[in-house]
Each structure stands twice: as C-alpha cells, then as structure tokens.
Design a binder for this molecule. Structure first.
Ligand SMILES: N[C@@H](CCC(=O)N[C@@H](CS)C(=O)NCC(=O)O)C(=O)O
Length: 282
C-alpha cells in the first residue's frame, strides 16, 4: 500500500470508481426536477436494487393480503443518471438514495426514506408482518436493525471492493469477505431450527434480509457465490428457496427493474405483471 493520505482530503476527478459520476462529497438537490404522481395512495420512487426490493416485496405482500389501501404507483429512479438529486426527490429524501416513498395519507402526506423505516411504517400502518407479541416484536426489530447495520459491510464494503473498485486490493477484499462470511454464519446459525428469521412468523425482518443475503447465497450478487462458498450456508439456502416460492416476493423483485431479460420500469397495477416471467433469475 503506497498511498499516503494528504493532510486535508480533496475530491479528485474519478475517485468514485464505477460511481464517479454520481458520488460527490456534498448533499442537496443538483437541479430542479418534478416527480410524476399516480392515483394510488402510495407513490414509490425507486429502483430494483436490494434496498428498493425490500419495499416492493412489502407492498406486494400487503396487496396479497387484500389490503387495497396499500396500492401504489412505482416510478423509476435511475441512480446512474442522477435522478436521486432532483429537487422533488430530495424533498422526500434529503439523503438522495432510493427507496423513497410518499404516503398521500388522505391529503396529509407523509414522506418516507430509509428502507427499514419504510418497512416499519407500513407494518405499523397496516398491522401486518410485525407481530404484536412483545418478544416476537422485539426479535423482529433486532433482525431488521441487524440488516440495516450489517448490509453496508456486504454492499459498501465487500461488494464495492470485490466487484466495483477500479483495482483489486487484497486488504479490503479480505477484510470485508471475512465480515460477510461472519454475517452469513450468524444468519445460518439463526436459521438452523427456524423456518423464518424470527421463527414461525414471516415478518419484515425476512423482507429486509432476503434481498441482500438471499440474493447473495443464490449467486445473484457481485458474482461472488464461489468466492464466498455460499453453498456452505445450507439453512440460508433452504430459507431463501422458501421465500422465493412467494408470489409477492417474485413480483416485488421485478418492480423498477430496468436491466436484464425481464424488466418492469414502472408499476401501476397488478396487470403490469401480466405476461412477465416472474421466476426470472431464480
Ligand atoms: N440505508 C439506505 C440505503 C439506500 C441506498 O444505499 N440506496 C442506493 C441504491 S441501493 C442509492 O440510492 N444510491 C444512489 C447514490 O448513492 O447516489 C436504505 O436502506 O434505504
């Protein structure tokens, strides 16, 4: 390692690697830009990355329960084009990251950002996928917040240095591969005698964890299945296979997907899934 940090860090052209075009050390809107709005109670501005998919799975699960008040319009936010820095988006999420959700809430709108916060909001609003029992609720929260705190090591740490950084560097790849495998082992041990993350109940903890760790063990993240020996995590594999049987999950993964063979850039009703192969990439 030959790099010597200067006394004061300054942004250099291109030092954001693959995401150099969008990363800057400042926050706030970069341009005035309106967001479209549909007729449904919820307006989602997102992309089918793991953080985005958590929310679309939840919305599709709520609709599958017959909760019509959870109907939503999903609009595409193209983060490589910088849509997350438009003024309307920043007004909902000052952190400029997908997912962002607007609950029209009968004329008294609620702005929502951070996927964990959105899951919790929806679970409480519709009294679904969050057990009321004190112990079960506490455990759901534990695992929801575990996901929010852990996935940045998987994504921003391991994924960034293994898949995106302009050069392969042993130290960070080693450091974050070890941490990612430790996290996988935590999950695998937890799932040893449990069907779902907290036991018998399928909750927002499963919806938060699946798009990251389920995708990872199924070889869909960073092309890292062999490198991380994901086949060893038998309990996570079984859990992920089980979750992938849920139609709401298959639908949720597809919403705001703008790449690959099967795409659905915007979603406005259940009809939008007609004719699409929901089992893509499974
Ligand atoms: N902790 C946030 C993370 C959101 C996040 O990192 N979103 C990424 C896509 S997965 C994003 O919008 N990146 C755009 C950017 O960094 O400018 C959440 O869970 O909602």
């Amino acid at each position: 390692m030959t790099y010597q940090p200067p006394k004061v860090w300054k942004m250099k052209e291109g030092n954001g690697g693959k995401f150099a075009g969008i990363n800057q050390p400042t926050a706030g809107a970069r341009e005035k830009k309106e967001l479209p709005q549909g007729d449904h109670p919820f307006q989602l501005y997102s992309l089918a990355t793991p953080n985005g998919v958590k929310v679309t799975i939840m919305l599709e699960e709520l609709l599958a329960l017959g909760i019509k008040e959870a109907e939503y319009d999903a609009f595409l936010i193209n983060i490589t084009e910088g849509d997350q820095f438009g003024s309307d988006f920043v007004d909902i999420n000052p952190n400029s990251k997908i997912p962002a959700l607007l609950d029209k809430n009968k004329g008294n709108p609620v702005k929502l950002f951070e996927s964990g916060s959105i899951l919790l909001y929806l679970a409480e609003k519709f009294k679904a996928f969050l057990p009321q029992d004190l112990h079960k609720k506490a455990e759901t929260m534990n695992w929801l917040f575990w996901q929010m705190g852990s996935a940045p090591y998987l994504g921003g740490g391991f994924g960034h240095f293994y898949a995106y950084a302009p050069e392969k560097m042993e130290y960070p790849i080693d450091r974050f591969a070890m941490e990612t495998k430790r996290q996988l082992d935590v999950l695998d041990k937890n799932l040893l005698d449990r069907e779902y993350i907290i036991g018998d109940d399928y909750t927002i903890a499963d919806m938060a964890i699946f798009p990251w760790y389920g995708a990872l063990v199924k070889g869909k993240l960073y092309d890292a299945a062999e490198f991380l020996s994901v086949h060893e995590y038998k309990n996570i594999q079984r859990w992920a296979d089980n979750i992938l049987k849920r139609e709401a999950v298959l639908k949720g993964r597809l919403v705001n997907r703008s790449w690959g063979e099967v795409q659905l850039e915007e979603r406005h009703s259940n009809n939008d899934f007609k004719g699409l192969d929901l089992s893509f990439d499974s």
